[in-house]
Design a protein around this ligand. Sequence first.
Ligand SMILES: [Zn+2]
Length: 158
Amino acid sequence: MALHLTVDHFQAIRAYAEHTYPHECCGLLLGMKRQTIGDISHTVVELWPTHNAWTVEAAALTESPHTFTSTRRYWIDPKDMLAAQRYAQHHQFDIIGIYHSHPDHPAVPSECDRTLAWSGYSYVIVSVPQGSAQDLLSWSLDNDQQFQPEAVVLTDGD
Ligand SMILES: [Zn+2]
């Protein structure tokens, strides 16, 4: 899989991740899915930043309800998800993935990220060591529900 992202979107995600530091930012990637034989590529058309709705309630749904803070967890409100879905459908694109930040942690999915992930989505993670965005990596689940890195292709937009 590959994720096509404009330079503007790339910079916007990094800026948002720095803005919400030391908390995690999160949002949805809206765009198109192109499927060729044995491969899927995603093209981001628009970003849909969401409020990090991580709560004790959401924590109860996961394996490790020890950390109740938004510095290590993200949670997208189903209402935000629905609104984004309606908007995307109206514009004839889809929700193709989710982005979030890892303050002071590498841009690698956590076990919690894996538990909450859906197949067919791109998961963009930005590492933000000491408040300044560094790596931006994209991941997708393979058939064994394990995250594999996918190529991030930066474009100028058209
Ligand atoms: Zn994460």
